[in-house]
Design a protein around this ligand. Structure first.
Ligand SMILES: *Cc1c(COP(=O)(O)O)cnc(C)c1O
Length: 357
């Protein structure tokens, strides 16, 4: 079979999405299924919808176009602030976008008017992670200006944490977001219907808090696809962590010394750690490398250790399991390994198709 390849188990993704939707819906929180790590792969998008997500969300308009071309008509949100150069594509393909710049919202308004459509907007608020967001003190003015724009519907506010600086969602920053929603409604009448608290890193807070306040939406990608929470990379109870795996093929299998010889300088990817001297070991080379994935983000099966990697090779040490030439080895992936493999045209995507429910 084609290697390297991602194997995507739709049944497990359905289970993960459905479990999270149920747990969060009980707390009055809806879920948008984030497809960006899957490049908007229609099979995954349909699975998320069948599992009960309220809408789909992606950071790239191109991925949203992929899903539209596959005739998926569900509500879709662009969750990276739109480029000024893409406002027409945004209003014609996405129902909603997450915004922080009035110049962009103003162009979205013009594009929506020209297209004879309405476009919904969430204003993102900066709560400390220092990626996207309007400073809280400036939010009211941004709301005032947004409400004036034709063909733009202000739907609510949102925040995004734990992406640039690793700031964790907690009672304090989530209460601040709720208070901002209250303050806006007090000033402008009831305008805030969606308060989108964040991404997979919000799950610990959302499922543990005794008061989720006005937060009524989360945008979830990693937790659904990898069954893992991003703050401490712990598996989430009751979810599959192997819904997506990466399969690579063995192209060399030999006994070699465990340590290199000769004068040692840098490799193409910087200084390689000197391997411990364990005497001769059984080492195999897999036809996959930095071009295809993040080798550091792979988890090898029991009995196999990842020893090193270059652009097109991953070297593994094997104990009792001694793969032969042509054998395949299946790895687990973290988010970094997943997004790189998904984005590589040299990694096949094999969807293990089972019926949607
Ligand atoms: C990527 C992203 C998400 C989803 O993040 P996960 O950690 O995969 O759940 C949500 N919101 C925004 C703005 C994002 O960029």
């Amino acid at each position: 079979m084609t290697a390297p390849r991602l194997e995507i188990d739709l049944e497990k993704i359905h289970h993960n999405a459905h479990t999270l939707v149920e747990r969060l819906n009980k707390r009055g929180i809806s879920v948008w299924g984030v497809t960006k790590a899957a490049l908007g792969l229609p099979a995954i998008a349909r699975t998320l919808l069948a599992a009960g997500v309220e809408g789909l969300a992606d950071s790239r308009i191109e991925n949203i176009q992929t899903m539209r071309r596959a005739t998926i008509s569900a509500p879709m949100a662009l969750i990276r602030a739109p480029m000024l150069s893409q406002t027409e594509l945004v209003v014609t393909n996405a129902d909603t976008s997450l915004n922080t710049e009035l110049d962009v919202i103003s162009e979205l308004s013009k594009a929506a008017y020209a297209a004879g459509r309405n476009h919904s907007v969430l204003l993102m608020v900066e709560l400390g992670d220092l990626r996207e967001g309007i400073m809280p003190a400036d939010l009211e003015e941004h709301v005032r200006q947004t409400l004036r724009l034709p063909n733009i519907k202000l739907k609510g506010i949102g925040s995004n944490l734990a992406c640039r600086c690793g700031v964790a969602p907690d009672e304090t920053n989530m209460r601040e977001l709720s208070s901002l929603a209250d303050a806006i409604d007090k000033t402008f009448g009831p305008v805030i219907s969606i308060v989108s608290g964040g991404n997979s890193s919000n799950l610990g807070w959302a499922l543990g808090s005794t008061n989720t306040g006005r937060i009524n939406n989360l945008r979830l990608g990693e937790a659904i696809l990898l069954g893992c929470e991003p703050l401490h990379r712990q598996p989430i109870e009751g979810l599959f962590t192997d819904a997506i795996t990466l399969v690579a093929e063995v192209i060399e299998a030999k006994v070699k010394p465990s340590q290199p010889w000769g004068e040692i300088a840098e490799t193409a990817f910087g200084v390689a750690p000197l391997p411990a001297n364990r005497g001769p070991i059984f080492q195999s080379i897999l036809a996959i490398g930095h071009m295809d994935t993040d080798p550091e983000g792979l988890t090898a099966p029991p009995g196999i250790d990842i020893l090193g990697a270059s652009s097109d090779h991953v070297i593994v040490g094997c104990g009792k399991t001694r793969p032969k030439i042509g054998d395949e080895i299946t790895f687990g992936l973290n988010y970094s390994a997943l997004v790189r493999a998904m984005g590589s045209s040299l990694v096949a995507k094999k969807v293990l198709a089972r019926p949607l429910r």
